[in-house]
Each structure stands twice: as structure tokens, then as C-alpha cells.
Design a protein around this ligand. Sequence first.
Ligand SMILES: NC(=O)C1=CN([C@@H]2O[C@H](COP(=O)(O)OP(=O)(O)OC[C@H]3O[C@@H](n4cnc5c(N)ncnc54)[C@H](OP(=O)(O)O)[C@@H]3O)[C@@H](O)[C@H]2O)C=CC1
Ligand SMILES: O=C1O[C@H](COP(=O)(O)O)[C@@H](O)[C@H](O)[C@H]1O
Length: 571
Amino acid sequence: MSSAKKSSAGQCPTQETDTIFQRIRTQVQKSSSNTYIFFVFGASGDLAKKKIYPTLWWLYRDGLLPENIIFIGYARSALTVEKVFQNCEKYMKLQDSERDLYKKFISINSYVSGSYDNPKDFQRLHNEANKIAKEETANRLFYLALPPSVYGSVSELISSNCRPKEPAWLRLIVEKPFGKDLESSNNLSKHLSKHYKEEEIYRIDHYLGKEMVQNLVVLRFANRIFSRVWNRDSIAAIIIIFKEDIGTQGRGGYFDEFGIIRDVIQNHLMQILSIVAMEAPRSTKGEDIRDEKVKVLRRIQPIKMEDVTLGQYVGDKNSSNEEHRKGYLDDEGVPKDSKTPTFAQVVMHINNERWDGVPFILRGGKALNEKKAEVRIQFRDMPGSMFEVDGEKTARDELVIRVQPNEAIYLKMNNKRPGEMGFRVEETELDLTYNERYQGVKLPDAYERLILDVFMGHQINFVRSDELEEAWRIVTPVLSEIDDKNNKNVNVIPYPFGSSGLQEAFDICSKYDYTYSGTYVWKDERSNSQTSPPKKNDEANSLKTVERKTLRSDSSAAVKKTEQSGSTSKK
Ligand SMILES: NC(=O)C1=CN([C@@H]2O[C@H](COP(=O)(O)OP(=O)(O)OC[C@H]3O[C@@H](n4cnc5c(N)ncnc54)[C@H](OP(=O)(O)O)[C@@H]3O)[C@@H](O)[C@H]2O)C=CC1
Ligand SMILES: O=C1O[C@H](COP(=O)(O)O)[C@@H](O)[C@H](O)[C@H]1O
């Protein structure tokens, strides 16, 4: 059977995926006979060691990079290549059989130490790069894995001192945060546009490299079943959630200046929102998609303080987990009186024909009970329904796009209780869990995809300056209120490390017509009943959990019984 046939049956698309990567490989490798130089600025730092170097290694190992490539790390610290790789080793996921190739990879790396503001250091770097590459026309990619405070000087000095000779190109990859508010972001954009053409700038938001985020465009615009209901007539509310089960882990110094809204909501979650809410682009071309994303952002009003819930995690003294016993204020670098939010929920309103009246609730938090990112599209109640469950309305349908972990799309829906007489309704799901449906398919890491995009000159998954400006316009007014330490309107509520969120945030969801009954539990969460929102009254919570468990064991017993009698086949 040909690989295409296998894949269309949905059984084994692995070979086809390999072909796609083969195509990428050929495209990247053929795109120029030149040498490529990949510069990692901030090579001594956290992002470089955890993400950038490991990604470069995986791409190199898998043969996805051009053959003539060299890597140059740059930072102020007096390091060597050996030391850089010692720092990264634990993140490389190295197999014994890869050792020889890994040595080869290390051998094409160099390290240059220098300042971020002295032109002489950049001239020296330029000369060194020409020397190592043995040519002046190598294409150059610069990854700025640096604190934003030095973006200005570094980007300017690269442009004026490190450009290759034509016809070679230069591409600059800039990490978020792109500014701190509308003004500083606009200043950074102006600064960059003075020194670079827009097509040379790649503002990275790694959420745009995630499989399920990329899938949103296909899910929305290749399925008539969704396109007809994707609007205010059918949808009651949309929630976009980011949860992490770790605290700031020593990055508190950076985090305290930014807070969770700048860290994940203004960028990752708003990028997801813009794809979920945009109109159909003219084509799948990058500029068409980015045009539509900006258009929908333009229709969002700035967030109001009354639509914001903020929290900061505190240590859970009773936890057996040592990390959980420490609060945000215990992190090194965090001022002891900091009010920086580590949890936030904001509600956004899109003022257009499609979305008027539909709340978009964006929620992000650190030090919660689990790591998870997902989009929940909750449909309105079934009008004129003849069904009820225990005297109450049947549950609403909800489409869930699970971004991570364990990528899945599932549609929560009502179903006749299998095996029973009559029309008793039970909540269940249509389930597309990737690791079951697409067994053996490798989903590349977000950074792998995005770095490949840069090599290929594809800007589709990078943030354009007008998108950025709109995103900052929407969040800047509440950020300035939050930053104002004397503002009495700002209430940052403490929550224990490991909790599922803030009750106050869930209350706002109910106010905005997002209903959560707690009667449905997704299969990944069945063993972990903590994922439901906290109840005000713990007793009520445990009662509900018991009820839910009983309900489910009832139904599985019913299925079992009928299975035994041979009348129902197992799903
Ligand atoms: N770490 C992460 O998981 C993520 C980080 N990012 C973003 O990536 C960028 C880099 O992050 P990360 O690696 O964590 O940052 P680091 O704090 O580790 O900084 C990177 C390097 O920059 C230099 N540096 C640090 N502080 C300063 C300073 N005040 N002035 C000048 N140079 C400094 C240091 O190198 P030296 O002293 O040797 O010059 C350091 O090794 C940031 O913009 C961050 O927001 C984005 C997503 C995730
Ligand atoms: O950009 C950021 O993202 C990470 C979470 O990334 P993920 O891919 O693991 O979901 C977050 O920890 C960090 O604070 C933030 O800056």
C-alpha cells in the first residue's frame, strides 16, 4: 500500500509526515549553496540552554538543516563551547547511538564573548564569523535569547556591523516580550523598522508553532459542520486557558517586572483568540491570515478592570511537595511586597457581527494543579429541549481543543444512556485524541517548526507589528492600573500553590454565561478529580465528587451488564 493510501485511511500517516520533512529538508538544503550562520545571542542563558540549543541539535540530527551550517553563541560571560554544551546537555534528550553525530554537531559550534553595546565587539564578531565560515556571503540568522532591555542596542549593532554581503540575507528572531506596554512596544517596533525590513524580522511566539494552534485554521475553515455554528447564534462563551503546575522557579526577577498578563495572555492566549475569532482568510498565505488576525483584534475593546481577576500564589504549608510549600514571594529576585499577579483572568468583547455578546475569557496561571492549555467553545442551551437530567437542563455541548499536553479535540455532547430503555441522557464525547488516532506520528516541538520556518523565510507563524500593536492596545489600560501600586481597585487574591484556580474567576465565568456543572470529566482527568473549579464549601465539593463518581460507575456498570448479555459492543 502506498503511504498516501495508508494516510488517507488515517491508519499510519507517519511515512507521509516523513515525506513532508524530506521536502522541507530538500527545500532548505537547496535554497542556497551558501553557508548559513546561526547566531545565538544570550548563549549563556536559560532559554538558550533549555530550548534553542536543544532545538538546533534535534533539527541537525534529523537532517533538517542546510548542510553548510555553523553556529555561533554570543554573550558577555567568558564561556567556551564545551561549557555551553555542558549547560545544555540535560535538555538534549541524547541517545547513546547519537553520540558521534552529537560530537560533529558540537564541532561546528563556536562561542564569542562580548558586550551588548560596544560596536567594536560586534565588528569582532562579524570578522570572526567570516573567518569561521570562510566567506562573507553566508546567510545569517540571529536569535535574540536576551532580556528585552538589550534588544534595542543589540539589534542596532547587528544591523550596522554584522550584515553579510549581498546576495546573502539576514533574519532576526526576537523573543517576547516585545515591549511592556503599547508605548514601549511601538518604540521597539519603530526602532527595529529603522534598522530592518519587516521581512527580516521574526517575532517569535512559540504558541504559534504548536500543532493544535496551527490546526485551528483547518478545523475552522475545512469543516462545514463548524463553520455554520461558529458565531453568536450558537456559541455562548469561549474560554482560552493556560495552566502551569510550576512556579517561577528562579525566574522571579524577570517575571516580577512583567506579570502573567504580559507573560502569556497578551501574546500566547491572544494569538489563539485571534485565530479562533478571525474571519476566513482569502487563502492560507501568511499575509492573508495575518491580515484577518489583525482585523479581528481591531474590533476588541480595551479590557476593563471589572473584567479582570488577579491572583498570586502562596506556599501551601501542608503540601508534601517541597516546591509547593514556597510562595511567589519566596522566589529569589521577587520583592517581598510584590503585588505582581501570577494568575489572571480577563474577559474580552469583540464588537462585530459574528461575536457581539459572546465573552472571550482568557485565563492564565502559574503554580496551579496541572499543566494544560486548551480552548473551550461552549454552545448555547438546546432551545425547546424535551430532555432533562435530574430535573435540570441537559448539559451544553462544548468543543474542546486541547493544545497540550496530550493533544486532542473532543466534543462534549449528550447521548442516550447506552443499553437502557427509554431516553435517559448522559454526557459523553466525540473524541479525537491524537496519540490514539495518529499513532507513531511525531509532532515536532514548537521551536523546531518555527526555526525551520525562519530558514524557509515563512513569516506566517510569526507576529506582525500591527498585530502586536493591537494586542498591546487591548491590555495596556488595565496593565497601567495594575502597575500603579497605589490603585485601590486592584485586588490580587492569594491562592495556594497547586490549587485549580480562583473561585472569583469561576464566578465571573458564570456571570458571563459560561456554565460549569462538574458533571463531565474528560478521560485524562478522571483519575484526578482536582481539575474542577474549587467549591466555596469543601463539603459540597466532596459531595459533588462522590455524586459524579457514583454517576459514572452506575453508567459503566450498566454498560458492563449489557455487554455481558451481548447487547452492546464496547466503544
Ligand atoms: N527562559 C524561558 O523559558 C523563556 C524565555 N523567553 C524570553 O527569551 C529571552 C531570554 O530569556 P532567558 O534566557 O530566560 O533570559 P536570561 O535571564 O537567562 O538571559 C539570557 C542572557 O542574557 C544576559 N543577561 C541577563 N540579564 C541581563 C541584563 N540585565 N543585561 C544584559 N544582559 C543580561 C545573560 O548573559 P551574559 O551575562 O552572559 O551576557 C544571560 O545569560 C527573554 O526575552 C525571555 O522573556 C521566552 C519564553 C520562555
Ligand atoms: O512564554 C512562556 O511560556 C512558558 C510556557 O510554555 P509551554 O510551551 O511550556 O506551555 C512559560 O513557562 C513562560 O513563563 C512564558 O514566558
